[in-house]
Design a protein around this ligand. Structure first.
Ligand SMILES: [Zn+2]
Ligand SMILES: [Zn+2]
Length: 146
């Protein structure tokens, strides 16, 4: 009871189901569909407050944001592979850490951070296409990099 009354006071978009009073419906602010609250992620930083986007829309939204960040990161690193000087589509590029000892995180983690933190990590990397990346790793004899 307490949970949904507090949720109700937070947002106007909540609606209670008549057939099941424990089921809370929310309107996704992206696709505008009426969905049960289980179709929404909880925000990690504020535990009981769900995302305004449904899971489906939120996933798409994240992917788009990560994609934008990757494109921006590629641009930041000069937009060409440092080894073959080739220009490729974004999904063929990797960020290769020159010194594994300084590596804090790879792109999969990097993309979750704000731009300033990403840049700090990118400064330890060179931009390689996936082919050249594979060749470098082969030479180093580790599976390192990304
Ligand atoms: Zn949605
Ligand atoms: Zn290359």
């Amino acid at each position: 009871m307490l949970l949904y009354t507090s949720l109700l006071s937070q947002r106007k978009m909540f609606r209670l189901s008549h057939s099941n009073p424990l089921l809370i419906y929310m309107i996704c602010s992206k696709c505008k569909k009426d969905k049960p609250s289980s179709d929404f992620y909880k925000r990690p930083e504020r535990k009981n407050k769900p995302q305004a986007y449904c899971k489906e829309c939120f996933n798409i939204y994240c992917m788009e944001r990560w994609l934008d960040k990757k494109k921006k990161a590629i641009e930041y690193k000069g937009g060409i592979c440092v080894d073959c000087k080739g220009k490729f589509d974004y999904y063929l590029y990797d960020f290769h850490h020159l010194d594994r000892a300084t590596k804090e995180f790879g792109w999969h983690k990097m993309r979750l951070y704000g731009w300033n933190r990403i840049v700090k990590e990118l400064d330890k990397c060179v931009l390689l296409c996936c082919m050249c990346h594979r060749i470098r790793e082969h030479k180093i004899g580790t599976d390192g990099g990304t």
